[in-house]
Ligand binder design. Structure first.
Ligand code: GBH
Length: 494
């Protein structure tokens, strides 16, 4: 059944995809933004320098057994000291934007928002100024999972509604200090992952995993309210003067119904509700999805009218992180994985004689380029065609110490991945989806959360054994050529 479904989706995709082999910069609008992305904890390092306070990932990574290779982000790839070198690489590859995140505990070391850390402000000023000097647009995420530890230890982090206010103070400080130069803001990265992996499976900091607990839903709720509060402050106090835009980054696997049976079609729709609708429905449609309310009952918090008001339309653009897809079919409630059981879905990636796509290094990541086009069309259709930036897309290789460097730099599957997924984006644009930008994950190999340094997502290879030296991979050279355009024009001029 899986095999048949795969064949039919791929036939459909191939027949539409006649432009793939000649994919070029010219298939995208002239003002379309191409960038690369990273996050503070994964690349910055200098965890104990410049007055930075500890964050929940410092504690989590130093807890025995949490990270595959036992490592942490204390040094990471040391972008704190090498930001100029890294920005120069962005320029060299021909990208025009850099999505990075600010470390909250570098701005407010204990998160309480009383004493701002000037060294932190200075670091980001330097980074932003250097980006602008080199013609790269800074796109800033305020929160990419590195909560100041004190906020977790003293008031249970995202489980407490007081976090909304602390996040708002931090966000306002960033707008006030950097907003004269930063015109694209993202409040939170992937609230879904914080909720599910931070508070249900426990594989991410703060590592909570209670069975049948309301915690993931509460953590999601407070993230939504914190997002909305920050956006409201930006719009009231800064937007007119500074002229920027602000959005939220959500992540979603595409869910393709395994069969045409109504049970599978609704199961796939439900699966999307539980990823995307959880966050975008309250923003665009005024409340959590019906499917979630029905299934979760009292586990799901309720929005007050005031909450609904502040959430409504609280994005100027949708940031979408997308890596992979699954076939989805209906499965009745069984097993003890409450999060999926309550959704009554099963996700299928592999079967006896095949898989949904080629496998990357991470066990969850299969190369499925057609999923992105479908997901983009879904967002456009359900939410009335909002502006979208694909804020992350990419794949990883296994860290392999024994292969010679030149082999590790020749990342053929990654080149194929980017070609396929970019073709998918360009087809969505042709369908009328308002996609405005695309950011490859990631600029450099980095700390891949619970997988430590065992997985490499970079366009640029980092030699951890030789002073963190950077080397461009084939995919970086591919982008360099692609972004210049076959006709020698970079497509930037109007
Ligand atoms: C992104 O999340 C993150 O924003 C980025 O920081 C990260 O480096 C990048 O992905 C690559 O992973 O190990 O089976 O428990 C994408 C969503 C969330 C998908 C965590 C994989 C782990 C699944 N990812 N999830 S598992």
């Amino acid at each position: 059944m899986e095999e048949d479904r795969k064949r039919s989706v791929e036939e459909e995709w191939n027949s539409m995809n006649s432009t793939n082999h000649q994919l070029s910069r010219a298939h995208f609008p002239p003002k379309f933004l191409f960038g690369v992305a990273t996050s503070a904890y994964q690349v910055e390092g200098a965890a104990n320098l410049g007055g930075r306070g500890p964050c929940i990932w410092d504690k989590f990574a130093s807890t025995e057994g949490k990270i595959k290779d036992g490592k942490d982000g204390v040094v990471a790839v040391d972008q704190y000291h090498r930001y100029k070198e890294d920005v120069d690489l962005i320029v060299k590859m021909g990208f025009s934007a850099y999505r990075f995140s600010i470390s909250w505990s570098r701005i407010y070391p204990d998160g309480l928002g009383i004493q701002v850390n000037n060294d932190g402000i200075m670091y980001y000023n330097n980074l932003i100024n250097y980006l602008l000097e080199r013609g790269i647009e800074p796109c800033v995420t305020l929160y990419h999972w590195d909560l100041p530890l004190h906020l977790d230890e003293s008031m249970e982090g995202w489980l407490s509604d007081s976090i909304v206010n602390y996040f708002a103070i931090y966000a306002e400080t960033c707008f006030a200090n950097f907003g004269d130069r930063v015109k694209k803001w993202i409040t939170l990265n992937e609230p879904l992952q914080t909720a599910v992996n931070g508070y249900f499976t426990g594989v991410f900091a703060p590592g909570r995993c209670e069975h049948l607990s309301p915690e993931p839903y509460l953590a999601a709720h407070h993230q939504l309210l914190a997002h909305a509060e920050a956006v409201s402050i930006y719009r009231r106090k800064f937007k007119d003067l500074q002229g920027g835009e602000i959005g939220l980054v959500v992540d979603c696997e595409w869910a393709e119904a395994l069969t045409d049976n109504i049970e599978d079609i609704t199961a796939a729709a439900r699966r999307i509700d539980f990823q995307l609708g959880w966050y975008l429905d309250p923003i665009f449609l005024g409340d959590y999805p019906k499917s979630m309310k029905e299934r979760l009952g009292d586990l799901l918090p309720v929005f007050s009218d005031k909450d609904k008001d502040i959430l409504r339309n609280s994005v100027d653009f949708v940031g979408l992180n997308h890596y992979t897809s699954r076939f989805v079919s209906h499965k009745t409630n069984e097993g003890d994985n409450h999060y999926y059981a309550i959704q009554e879905v099963t996700r299928i990636a592999e079967w006896e004689n095949g898989a949904i796509g080629e496998k990357a290094a991470s066990s969850w990541l299969y190369v499925v380029p057609w999923g992105l086009k479908k997901l983009l069309n879904y967002v456009a259709q359900r939410y009335n065609n909002p502006p979208i930036h694909v804020t992350e897309n990419g794949m990883d290789d296994e860290d392999n110490d024994t292969s010679p460097l030149h082999e590790m730099l020749d990342d053929k599957l990654r080149v194929a991945y980017f070609k396929g997924y970019l073709a998918s984006v360009s087809m969505a644009i042709k369908d009328g989806v308002d996609v405005r930008g695309y950011f490859a994950w990631s600029l450099v190999d980095n700390f891949e959360w619970q997988q430590g340094y065992t997985k490499r997502f970079g366009l640029v290879y980092v030699d951890y054994k030789n002073g963190l030296a950077r080397h461009l991979k084939s995919s970086a050279y591919w982008f360099m050529k692609f972004l210049k355009g076959e006709d020698g024009k970079n497509g930037k001029e109007d």
